[in-house]
Design a protein. Structure first.
Length: 737
């Protein structure tokens, strides 16, 4: 029997912890009354979601890096960290209250509307949790329950065996085989298969009954429509097979999952710079800055977007108790003009990440108008629309239901956005819809195809619903209206942190191609370290006698020597003892700030990340003597680098021209310049600013060199936003002309 090495044991421990996370609340924390959690006993865990090994390895590596940083790469400070401040609740000051009383009436182009979510809506009592009910689907188009609340629909103990089977086997066995077993279990409990009682029992047990609408006999016509009793008909047919042969031996090969788009009238917007912006959707976490202007927080980012998109109407969601302080600050962040701004006051917390919960597009819907003599005519007109997932979520180790992100979607139709509620799971930042690069070589009149790039976690979300990976990829392709789809690895987290797609015109320096801008972390690390050396030398923290040879080592790529010098001169001397950890002093972190709005702690973290990346890229002589935790983290970084190189090659194979940009993608500590927005005449580029301004400049130069003089590069401050794992693309929903 082989024994695991210490490194393997650490990796396995973290992996086991991931797989043991509960779906729903743990039993000991489940409420006995009051707050509802989307869960039906018995509990299940992430292990029941059948996450693929490659994705689990990437998730494990990310968690280990974060744990290492939290233990060995932190600053001892009384000041709030970015994550603490981001979640704190703002209490308006008395000065704000005075200004509120004296505030002039809102101009007619700015209006505040209340959410359509009522104070008695069940969503107020829902928790942020991975739903244990696999068929969970909150009602978006109508307030109240649809198929989302098995407890509210009278689930009884007789469905317990069926619920257990669904939770444990759906992701592994698929919709049909699971249905066969559950029908057998329900028949044992007195439910007659093939009746309306079967539908109710399946729903209460947590089976995704709505997906049965896409199960059809394999021999049926390709585009045959399904009637209202289709699911019941399929249940009857499967039940007959089960009664004849048993659930395990029933021959289900005569049926297939054949997805149909939720709305034939909806066309999802591509995201590659072909159009101009016509409406901007934002989500605001608060009404003021948490550190002050210039930090690149949510409000800074919004201010810059409004400045660079003059006249574009804005629809912004914000939690209601932040509205007044936002209006107090309105003159400071809203450029003058008559732009239409609609603020929706929501009852639940709102995150910054508008990209994830709704994909922009248009819907071609009939407008009926009278034509005289009591007759009417219908004319198809284009309306702004958005495609929402089965439920808005976060995380990739199981989909965590976020109540506020789902609640705010209900207000979009009242604000002029037609909502299309998909039965599929997705997070918008992990989906990229672009013109197919293989199609772009054709004459303009022959270009029709679109390519959907799908992050692997989005496939896993739908496998948890009982789809195979191939069925999930094809269903997403159809839902987004693409002709081709490709599954890409979740190298960092979301695809929009790893690549940015642009269709180049024929007069661009590269000619007519579809370009994929990607992270060049090696170039970024060099610039980050050089910036730090310059600042620390200027502030007399690093003696010139050490700074000069350090620069020479950096330029000559003498990494082991540079690592030794930096450890002995910069890192070790500035360590202090903290609570159960060795940390860096706050006085050391202050040297990394260029002034108000430039977060010294955040800048130090970016430098420490660059140091760790540089360390992982070398085979160091003393590596075998490092602690196992450090070695495990280094191996994880190397695996990610290999994944990133494979991603770049996959993009080339798909037909993209790959352009590396000095940029990193490392959750709260990376500096990313490709999570931006491409419009027809500009690129809205996220920037960090402060002491790392040269990195912004290097990224901008790469974009300018590739895009040519016709495309302007407009900088959007987003450092504080990036310290919360997002930037410009993550924060925006854009409708384009």
């Amino acid at each position: 029997m082989s024994t695991r090495s210490p490194i393997e044991a650490i990796h396995q421990e973290v992996l086991t912890n991931i797989l043991n996370q509960p779906l729903g609340l743990p039993v000991e924390h489940a409420p006995t009354s009051g707050a509802y959690v989307p869960q039906f006993p018995p509990p299940s865990t992430v292990a029941d979601l059948a996450l693929p090994p490659a994705l689990l390895t990437r998730i494990t590596d990310r968690i280990m890096r974060a744990a290492f940083q939290d233990q060995f790469r932190i600053v001892l400070s009384q000041d709030p960290t970015p994550s603490q401040a981001a979640s704190s609740t703002h209490t308006p000051s008395s000065a704000a209250s005075v200004s509120r009383a004296a505030r002039a009436p809102l101009p007619p182009n700015i209006k505040v509307v209340q959410s359509v979510v009522s104070s008695t809506d069940p969503i107020h009592s829902w928790r942020e949790v991975r739903p244990a009910c696999r068929g969970f689907r909150p009602g978006l188009l109508l307030s109240g329950a649809r198929v989302e609340d098995p407890q509210a629909q009278g689930a009884t103990e007789r469905e317990a065996a069926a619920a257990l089977w669904i939770n444990r086997r759906l992701a592994f066995d698929g919709l049909l085989r699971t249905l066969a077993h559950v029908l057998a279990l329900l028949e044992t409990h007195g439910v007659v298969p093939g009746t309306q009682g079967t539908i109710a029992a399946l729903t209460r047990a947590g089976f995704p009954v709505d997906l049965l609408d896409f199960i059809v006999p394999a021999a049926s016509p390709q585009h045959e429509s399904c009637g209202p009793d289709h699911a019941l008909s399929i249940i009857r047919q499967i039940a007959a097979l089960v009664m004849a042969s048993g659930p395990e031996r029933a021959d289900l090969s005569g049926y297939q999952f054949r997805f149909r788009c939720t709305s034939q009238h909806f066309v999802a917007a591509t995201d590659a710079g072909e159009h101009d912006a016509s409406r901007l959707r934002l989500q605001l976490t608060r009404g003021d800055h948490w550190m002050g202007p210039g930090s690149g927080d949510n409000l800074d980012l919004v201010h810059a977007l409004l400045h660079h998109l003059p006249g574009v109407p804005v629809l912004a969601s914000i939690q209601s108790h932040h509205i007044e302080i936002l209006l107090d600050n309105l003159p400071a962040w809203n450029p003058p003009g008559d732009r239409e701004i609609t603020l929706i006051a929501e009852p639940l917390p709102v995150s910054q990440w508008a990209r994830d919960n709704a994909w922009p597009g248009v819907a071609f819907l009939p407008d009926v108008h009278p034509v005289g003599h009591g007759q009417a005519a219908a004319q198809m007109r284009q309306h702004r629309a958005a495609l929402s997932p089965r439920f808005a979520s976060r995380g990739d180790d199981g989909s965590v239901f976020v109540p506020g992100e789902n609640a705010l979607l209900r207000s979009l139709p009242a604000s002029g956005i037609e909502l299309v509620h998909s039965p599929l799971m997705f997070q918008g930042g992990n989906i990229v819809l672009v013109p197919d690069p293989l199609d772009e070589v054709l004459p303009a009149q022959d270009r029709r195809s679109r390519l959907l790039l799908i992050g692997e976690a989005e496939i896993a979300r739908n496998v948890a619903l009982g789809l195979t990976p191939a069925e999930a990829a094809d269903a997403l392709r159809i839902e987004f209206g693409a002709q081709r789809a490709a599954i890409l690895p979740s190298v960092s987290y979301h695809l929009d942190y790893e690549l940015s797609i642009r269709v180049l015109s024929r007069d661009s320096p590269l000619g007519h191609h579809v370009v994929a801008f990607v992270n060049d972390s090696h170039a970024a690390v060099r610039i980050i370290i050089e910036c730090a050396l310059n600042v620390l030398e200027t502030r007399h923290i690093l003696p010139r006698s050490r700074a000069k040879p350090a620069r020479q080592m950096l330029r000559a790529a003498k990494w082991p020597e540079l690592i030794d010098l930096m450890q002995g001169t910069l890192l070790f001397p500035n360590l202090v003892k903290g609570n159960n950890a060795v940390v860096f002093s706050s006085s050391f972190a202050r040297h990394f700030s260029d002034g108000p709005g430039d977060n010294g702690v955040g800048n130090l973290y970016a430098f420490l990340l660059a140091f760790d990346l540089m360390t992982a890229w070398q085979e160091l002589p003393n590596e075998a003597g490092m602690m196992a935790f450090g070695q495990a983290v280094i191996q994880g970084i190397r695996r990610r680098d290999a994944d990133r190189a494979a991603l770049h090659q996959q993009l080339r194979d798909l037909g993209f021209v790959v352009v590396p940009v000095p940029s990193t993608a490392d959750a709260e500590r990376g500096i990313n310049s490709i999570n931006g927005v491409h419009l027809s005449d500009r690129y809205l580029m996220p920037t960090w600013g402060g002491m790392y301004g040269p990195l912004d400049d290097a990224a901008e130069a790469t974009f300018r060199q590739t895009l040519g003089p016709r495309i302007s590069i407009q900088k959007i401050p987003s450092a504080e936003s990036q310290r919360r794992s997002g930037a410009v693309h993550c924060s925006t929903g854009l409708w384009c002309d």
